[in-house]
Design a protein around this ligand. Sequence first.
Ligand code: AMP
Length: 592
Amino acid sequence: MKHQIFPSYCSCFNICRVSVTMIEKMELLDVDKLIEEFESMTKDAGNVQRETLKKILEENGCAEYLQNLGLNGRTDPESFKACVPLVTHNDLQPYIQQIVDGSSSPILTGKPITTISLSSGTTQGKPKFVPFNDELMETTLQIYRTSYAFRTREFPIENGKALQLIYSSKQSKTKGGLIAGTATTNVFRNSQFKNTMKAMQSQCCSPDEVIFGPDFHQSLYCHLLCGLIFREEIQFISSTFSHSIVHAFRTFEQVWEELCADIREGVLTSRITFPSVRSAMAKLLKPNPELADLIHKKCLGLNNWYGLIPELFPNVKYIYGIMTGSMEPYLKKLRHYARDLPLISADYGSSEGWIGANVNPYVPPELATYVVLPNIGYFEFIPLKENVEEAKPVGLTEVKVGEEYEVIITNFAGLYRYRLGDVVKVTGFHNLSPELKFICRRNLMLTINIDKNTEKDLQLAVEAASKLNTEERLEVLDFSSHVDLSTNPGHYVIFWEISGEVRDEVLEECCNCLDRSFVDAGYVSSRKINAIGPLELRVVQRGTFQKILDHYVGLGAALSQFKTPRCVGSTNNEVLQILCNNVVKNYFSTAF
Ligand code: AMP
């Protein structure tokens, strides 16, 4: 079959028409065709990138931003790189603000932007505004379909339901009348989302009222209840980021008896107060004492909730959600709940646009990589080996295996040469398109002196320290860090929320282990001469990280996109206060 490079980018109008009619006519997606399209596109990655850039610049050449940069209609990568500067979100903020305020002139895009995404903002402390449009919606669906095709070839599912732990935050109107919501909210609320889920046999078992419910605590409870009601039909369990899955089953441990009572009586607990959610749930809930007894018995039979998921959902084939990067620390708990069920990491992207699909679903999440889809944006990569200020970005097909890069995105929604701030490593190529391993956020850095420790270094240190004492049943439920410069010299502070009773001697040893685990030469040498003070481990009360989550949800973030901030700067005062106000014990390292 002759591959079409741009099946989806004819024009916005055509995109909607083609996709909808396709899905209406077609019950299920044609997996072989999707894979074939992906293969031929990645075999021609270089040309597809050039064509994609051309398309983006043709569609948006009249935007003021591009007009002022003197491209004069040129659409080739060389002219693009010569005229258009690399930017961060801060650089684009004034342009985005004009759009948010309702300016009718073409500022960043040819066609007006009508929707704004709020990125999770967990790194900066407050959500960022990012333009969203039909093209971004279509690329989202394209990536969903691509990874689904590879996933379903490996792990076929039957026609059933999915327990999708997804939550939509409120959509609001900006001053200028644009719709604003988190990127996931903008996706879930788009009618094409449901159609695509249907075509992917991945329909959510919960009614819309639950997904779009105004309170995520209530939605979570109802998601679990719907999952139990449809337990035999559930084919897989998913969420955007896997934190939501772990969070849901931790909640299950607290509320399982209440869930059983609801199923037994066929009456929803009074803790669910929103009428729309109550009436939607009333349609599903019928008294079912047998099911309640069965779940009750299964829960009592479990040892520390090991294997909870396959016990509750006997036909589940896998667990699916983003499991790499800041989600890796939850894998241990997820495996505990999932027993031997496959864990499959979902794709790699951001509110700014999608980047790559997981086309090797059988690979464990720790090794998961993402193949860049060359037609969903124009990608460049800043090599991190060299001095960053001078390093020249390279194109998609020019990256080298084994090297680390910062990702630069040019998308269909007004971002040109935008530094995403993510660090990835090229692990290989799928045809001519690189396979990326997510390493960390670039700006999440613990640094005081000449030391540089990233989110990944922190994660490895926490992993090492929490392994020290399995016999004590120490479980690090969540963690974060802070550079405390109020002491002289400054020092690293690591916050831990733990479960179980852990002796002081053990935590002292954990603290020393954390300090020793930052092996960066700058840190070790600074510690030796006391240019950096002893690392401090602060243990916070149970529920502290839930308060942080609530804080972000209160700011408009959605649980679906939540990522625990792994390094809290002094400017993120509110989160720092939540952490500091909940400290129950602290320890200073004696490792050096
Ligand atoms: P958001 O700010 O909510 O749009 O989240 C986007 C960010 O989440 C990305 O820039 C990454 O840092 C992170 N992210 C997204 N997908 C993945 C993935 N598959 N693995 C690791 N991190 C990811």
